[in-house]
Design a protein around this ligand. Sequence first.
Ligand code: CU
Length: 273
Amino acid sequence: MGRVPLPRRFRLFTALIASALLALLVTGTASAIQPGGITDEARKMNDLFWIVTIAGLVVFVLVAAALVYALFRYRRTNDELPPQFHGGGAIEMAMVGVPVLIVIGLFTISMITLVEIDDPAEDDALTIEVTGFQFSWQFAYDLSDLGTNTDPNAEGTIAVIGTPANDPVLYMPVDEPVEFKLISNDVIHSFYVRDFLYKLDLIPGRENKFTVTARELGDFQAQCAELCGTDHALMRFVVRVVERDEFDAWVADEAARQLGEGARVSTSGTQGD
Ligand SMILES: [Cu+2]
């Protein structure tokens, strides 16, 4: 026969190792460029991302190893025609059945994640009305809809209005559900916060909503993600996630500044100032 320079097990082993190394390279790259997300919803999406990625890598390693092994093990060594046969019941069943099961599994966990992250807001969620316009943002807070610390007698609305030269800051409290209502009066914009792993369009004549619960404090860069005109690139903003106390203090300051001293403002009652 004149073939087989290496023992069969060694070649199979080499093929497996080579495929696994390639898979590790792909995984390493993915984990380097993939942000983990700062909200409960983002973390669920991140989990889904890794389940799908790892399942794909396992399939890749098995298929690539089998391919490389077969290339060497069954490469042509003479001009004889190899044995010809037709049909292989068990193998064909497996080749159809296993992928179908994998697709059903991925569909199921994707659907569960989708339903979880699209869950409508609890009634006590703080609501922020986001208006996109050419070319910046307005973030409006209804003082009677400020989540857990809402004063039922509070009246009025405070708003942060950005300009293309001045990125507005969106304040939100940590560890609480915050509902975003997205509207636009001119063209379609897109509210994109990378660390939410989420974006949603602002569409004239329509109100889009989503809810997140942020779990990390800090400033997070965000921007419009829908080409909306000449200064689209200047539609940046900052999401600032703060403790509830700090949020209440900020609301009180803004209300006093924007609505005057007479404004009734929701605070936890612990702010002595
Ligand atoms: Cu825009």
